[in-house]
Design a protein around this ligand. Structure first.
Ligand SMILES: [Zn+2]
Length: 197
């Protein structure tokens, strides 16, 4: 048995999350309640923005290196934004169905999280929109394990089976390499492009 530091109830150990070798102090029910609170969801969305802009997510994002509004601006904007409050209420009514959770969308994905370029939509809408946004902005989709072609103006040419393999060759972070390929930037003097397989 363990006492939750949030609701102060004595609960069985399996009512607590276990990670990094220890049980978390608030129970699972309290953690969920907190995550699903207005402040909790805004905080998570804010963390998501920062992580995407700083490239700390485990997948490619067009947000890397882009600017974003401050935390204070983000919270103030969301709380006076009728769209967020409306989505939040609907999400709550739907027993916090993940597809309906309020999610931040960049209207133009070549720009950052700035006023005029951000709007609230549901998670489900955002997920289906992501792919079409990429196609609109770059004219192609990004699937895993595409071939990479490297070449120099001197005529040298190399092929790699994936972005991961190319990043090993460069000894660089895969996200950074993928980002460079998509943006058409040279890496260590090599021109890079995805190859249709
Ligand atoms: Zn609790």
């Amino acid at each position: 048995m363990k006492k939750c530091t949030c609701c102060n109830k004595e609960k069985d150990l399996n009512a607590f999350y276990f990670s990094c070798g220890r049980y978390k102090h608030p129970c699972i029910a309290c953690t969920k309640n907190k995550r699903q609170s207005i402040q909790g969801v805004l905080y998570q969305r804010w963390r998501g923005i920062v992580q995407r802009c700083e490239g700390q997510v485990g997948h490619f994002t067009t947000a890397i290196g882009k600017e974003h509004i401050s935390k204070e601006e983000f919270f103030a904007w969301a709380l006076k934004d009728g769209v967020f409050c409306n989505l939040y209420e609907k999400w709550k009514k739907a027993q916090f169905n993940i597809g309906l959770s309020p999610s931040i969308d960049r209207i133009n994905i070549t720009k950052g999280y700035t006023f005029g370029n951000i709007q609230w939509i549901t998670m489900r809408e955002n997920n289906s929109k992501s792919m079409s946004d990429h196609i609109l902005a770059f004219g192609k989709t990004f699937k895993k394990s595409k071939k990479v072609r490297l070449w120099k103006n001197t005529g040298e040419e190399m092929f790699f089976s994936s972005g991961k393999a190319a990043s090993k060759f460069f000894g660089k972070n895969r996200l950074a390499v993928t980002n460079n390929i998509i943006m058409g930037h040279k890496i260590n003097g090599w021109n890079c492009e995805w190859r249709k397989t």
